[in-house]
Ligand binder design. Structure first.
Ligand code: ADE
Length: 243
């Protein structure tokens, strides 16, 4: 029974899951804490990447190389940039692009050099399960005050907290000009997707929208993360492991 990795960037996103973990054992490796144990009787490793693409890539490589995980599921928060993606909604990633990758004119903008691809798709079967789990979680444990609609689409990652309406609009426009329609921005997903693709490990990600990546993102983000993010992450992952 090979474990499933549940990866988060922030401790707040992981707390609810650690509280549910059975037979838990903490392992310190590569400057991070990993939690091994069982959820719903299934072996899992909870990883905490901290923020950004490099941190996420290192953590993913450790989960695969040291802990031998069979699949990686990312749960966290993101800024909503799709027109109808509101705070409290959930975005399940269908594909992942690095919005700060630009080796032009040597390679097309956004393309990961020497791979011929800009967008890494989530694993189809795992992503379908994650979508179903997200819908079930939000139905059975809605959070008051949010409509909690579930979307599926492109997630754009980069080493920037997007905190301005003008910046967000420019980022989206540039992606659209290259044929990409992002629903959400965050700082890890596409890096994890690339590492998992290199290793041939299935990957899927779900992000709860904490802010609109606009001028008030820095106010909305911490409030949402401390109040809501761990609730969503826990209920979605627990549903996923039942499917
Ligand atoms: N994660 C949550 N909100 C974000 C934002 N506005 N930019 C980047 N990552 C985020």
């Amino acid at each position: 029974r090979t474990p499933t990795a549940i990866l988060s960037a922030l401790a707040e996103e992981q707390q609810g899951l650690i509280a549910q973990l059975q037979s838990s054992r903490r392992v310190h490796h590569a400057g991070r804490d990993f939690w091994c144990g069982e959820l719903h009787g299934q072996p899992v490793v909870l990883g905490l990447s901290r923020i950004g693409k490099v941190a996420a890539a290192t953590t993913t490589a450790a989960l695969i190389e040291k802990f031998g995980v069979a699949r990686v599921v990312f749960t966290g928060v993101a800024g909503g940039v799709g027109a109808d993606v509101q705070v409290g909604d959930v975005v399940v990633g269908s594909g992942f692009v690095q919005h700060d990758m630009d080796a032009s004119p040597l390679f097309p903008r956004y393309e990961i050099p020497l791979t011929g691809q800009a967008v890494y798709a989530g694993d189809a079967a795992l992503t379908a399960r994650l979508l179903q789990a997200s819908q079930a979680a939000l139905r059975s444990a809605p959070v008051a005050g949010y409509r909690a609609q579930v979307h599926q689409g492109l997630i754009a990652s980069g080493d920037r907290f997007v905190n301005g309406a003008a910046e967000s609009a420019a980022l989206v426009l540039a992606l659209q000009n290259a044929g990409h329609q992002p629903l959400a921005v965050e700082m890890e997903g596409a890096a994890v997707a690339q590492v998992c693709a290199d290793y041939g490990i299935p990957f899927a990600a779900v992000r709860t929208i904490s802010d609109r990546a606009d001028d008030s993102a820095h106010v909305d983000f911490p409030q949402f993360v401390s109040a809501i993010a761990s609730v969503y992450a826990r209920s979605i992952v627990m549903e996923l492991l039942l499917l």
